[in-house]
Design a protein around this ligand. Structure first.
Ligand code: FES
Length: 571
């Protein structure tokens, strides 16, 4: 038990005019005086929004958290932050991740909060909230919203990854518009986020493997009443975390990050994991770089048979034993002694777990696939690195040499991709430029470009594709992403021309443009950058301060934290 005074006493514990002001306006909500007299004040940071459908059940979830906080002797205060609905926000939710993190950081620091519960679900809401909370570093626990129930369409299980398949079938004339429309409601049949191991579920697994949530947070479906139980218990626990002064920096050690990287490899997590984890590490002051992902994950096989790398859905994952059962298989490579929000070692979360479906959670000895994780590629085409997910790629394309078919930007791509006169065959490498953090701006999920229509009609379903953008965690294919430096800042990607030869070797971790150094330098001399920096507003701030993908695409001025101290007291 910590003898540190509660942070909230700096507001509610004051006497005279200041204390009057701090307490009186809270009382207009019908709060009895004793609630403000020395109880830990727990913020519930809520990303509820009807424009973020994945998080639209969060008001209910917040009520369960509140019950747990009251029960443990705390006082809950719920507050909103900007929410990011992956499907609706234009041009891309990633453009606003850093903005939300600023909202979270300043909202926590500026208010009388002793501990905070982060309610997050849809992709960017999780890293944004954790990044912001890291920069304040008070006791924090995460409650994820949970995935949707598995979709059911004409006797088949479906989820978000099927959108890509349906869309290709529709373009190729194998699925009618009417059937496509029918499939919409069949897929999204309950509350919650995407039902596959896309970015939202990857983030929920990241949270649990970092030790930032109670056990089982990652996989309990949103519609399962046990999600509310977890929220209630998290409300209980945050009050004790405040009493123990167990902060994010006590939990987010280098070993915790290593655990998260190992787990992400074994679950076949989204490529977005890498960019978000790098940003979180930089906020909490842990030294993590792209090479660490290769080093740590290279010995880890794929254990989870989950879409998009495999067959099953998040609901099935929970019934199979969830993340604790998978982590138990990894126990020899995990740091079991890292402390989690429970105050106990990580091993406590998984040592007594059981697996109920070996077809879904494979054993270390007999994995689902030897190839796992996110491979970081290096070479003259990506001096600072690029990423790809081998478990979602085609084996026959893992080593590939082909001529480039270049799209200068997303408009160029849209104009040409279905042109029957486009000179392209299945051996070519599709190259998309100017979709990076600064160039687009916001680094959209367009890296898994659709296959040219004329090849689709021939039955081609995968090609090597390279860009400085990202890919949805639900996507798949032999797709090289996050090329850094991006084209918009003059990276080598910017000077690739139609017909240039590109060599990809995923096993060797290389991506090479077969053009001489002299010619590359000459082309760079002649290069005109495409970047248009916005004149005003948030987009101007974003474009002038966002860092490259290999650093996490955070703002250069947001790295690290400013702690929980309030610099000035205005009353
Ligand atoms: Fe929200 Fe996929 S759209 S998690």
């Amino acid at each position: 038990m910590s003898d540190k005074p509660l942070r909230s006493r700096g507001w509610f514990g004051k006497t005279g005019k200041d204390g009057f002001i701090y307490r009186a306006w809270m009382k207009n909500q019908g709060i009895p005086a004793h609630q403000l007299q020395g109880k830990p004040v727990i913020g519930i940071c809520n990303t509820w929004s009807e424009l973020t459908p994945c998080n639209a059940h969060f008001r209910e979830l917040a009520e369960s958290v509140k019950n747990g906080i009251y029960e443990a002797g705390g006082y809950p205060v719920e507050f909103p932050v900007m929410s990011l609905g992956e499907t609706l926000i234009k041009p891309t939710a990633m453009l606003y991740r850093n903005l939300v993190s600023m909202d979270v950081e300043e909202s926590i620091r500026a208010n009388p909060i002793d501990g905070v519960v982060l309610l997050c679900g849809c992709d960017k809401t999780t890293p944004a909230l954790i990044m912001g909370a890291c920069s304040v570093d008070i006791p924090t626990i995460v409650v994820s919203g949970g995935a949707m129930l598995t979709g059911k369409y004409r006797g088949h299980d479906i989820g978000t990854s099927d959108i890509w398949r349906f869309s290709e079938d529709n373009r190729a004339g194998h699925m009618s518009d009417e059937d496509l429309y029918t499939a919409e409601a069949c897929m999204a049949r309950s509350r919650g986020h995407c039902a596959v191991m896309g970015t939202a579920s990857t983030m929920a697994c990241m949270v649990e493997s970092l030790g930032l949530s109670l056990a089982e947070n990652a996989a309990i479906p949103a519609a399962d009443s046990r999600r509310k139980v977890l929220a209630h218990l998290s409300g209980n626990r945050i009050v004790d975390m405040v009493r123990e002064d167990l902060k994010l920096s006590d939990i987010l050690t280098p070993q915790a990050f290593e655990n998260a990287i190992s787990v992400n490899a074994a679950i076949g997590g989204s490529t977005n994991f890498i960019i978000h984890l790098l940003a979180i590490a930089a906020r909490i002051g842990v030294d993590l770089n792209m090479d660490d992902f290769n080093t740590i994950a290279k010995k880890i096989p794929l254990l989870a048979n989950l879409q998009p790398s495999g067959q099953y859905f998040m609901e099935d994952f929970y019934y199979a034993g969830g993340l604790p059962a998978l982590m138990k298989e990894l126990r020899d490579v995990l740091h079991g002694d890292t402390i989690t929000v429970s105050g106990k070692p990580m091993s406590h979360n998984y040592e007594s777990s059981e697996c109920f479906n070996r077809d879904l959670i494979a054993t270390w000895k007999k994995p689902f696939n030897e190839v796992a994780g996110i491979v970081v590629l290096k070479g003259n085409l990506c001096e600072n690195g690029a990423v790809m997910k081998p478990s979602a790629a085609s084996t026959e394309l893992m080593i590939h040499t082909g001529r480039a078919v270049v799209f200068e930007d997303i408009e160029d791509y849209k104009n040409k991709i279905n042109d029957p006169n486009l000179e392209v065959d299945e051996t070519n490498v599709l190259v998309l430029k100017n979709v990076g953090p600064k160039g687009y701006p916001g680094m959209p999920e367009v890296g898994n470009m659709a296959i040219p229509k004329k090849l689709l009609d021939k039955g081609v379903r995968d090609m090597v594709r390279i860009s400085d953008g990202r890919m949805s965690g639900t996507g798949f294919g032999t797709v090289v992403l996050h090329v850094s430096p991006e084209a918009a800042v003059g990276g080598t990607l910017a000077i690739v021309q139609d017909g240039d030869i590109i060599n990809l070797d995923v096993y060797a971790g290389t991506l090479h443009l077969d053009v001489s150094d002299k010619e590359i330098a000459a082309r760079k001399e002649r290069l005109t950058l495409h970047t248009n920096i916005a004149k005003r507003g948030y987009v101007h701030l974003y474009q002038t301060h966002v860092e490259q993908a290999h650093l996490g695409a955070d703002f250069d001025f947001l790295k690290g934290g400013s702690g929980s101290e309030v610099v000035r007291d205005s009353h």
